[in-house]
Design a protein around this ligand. Structure first.
Ligand code: ZN
Length: 144
């Protein structure tokens, strides 16, 4: 039953992706791919007053990779950089099998926990999150 709900969340984000496109102007822009599956994700975003004012994704690939990117944008928009990194870290830990310390914080992203049952797809689910982290690293490097 729960699996069905999670599947619906993933399909919904795949069919109606949130925050698709490119932020312009962009304060960060990162692109990564998952050659195992052919997934590509580009994350661009704008930071204002220390918060992620806008975050968008472009890409193509399997439903899990694209849905995961859509979910990521909804979780990170409005967050400060440390808050955003915390969510990313929690998500990546969950995808290594550690239950999230604050499940509410992950929201729809919890739907992707089911992917753990298919180890070969974990890279599909984590691609956008690694890409977003690379983007945030660019902002940190600039403000240092
Ligand atoms: Zn994939």
């Amino acid at each position: 039953m729960l699996d069905d709900l999670y599947q619906q969340i993933i399909l919904d984000h795949y069919r109606r992706p949130r925050n698709k496109g490119r932020a312009a102007p962009a304060d960060f822009s990162a692109r990564e791919n998952n050659p195992l599956c052919g997934d590509e994700i580009e994350i661009t975003g704008r930071v204002q007053d220390g918060r992620i004012a806008e975050i968008r994704f472009e890409g193509h690939g399997c439903a899990i990779s694209q849905a995961s990117a859509s979910i990521l944008t909804t979780k990170l928009v409005g967050k400060t950089l440390p808050e955003a990194e915390q969510v990313i870290t929690m998500f990546l830990r969950m995808m290594r099998g550690d239950p999230p310390t604050n499940p509410k914080e992950l929201g729809d992203a919890r739907a992707l926990e089911g992917v753990l049952k298919f180890p070969v797809r974990v890279k599909c689910a984590t691609l956008a999150w690694h890409t977003a982290q690379a983007g945030l690293d660019q902002v940190k490097a600039k403000t240092r």
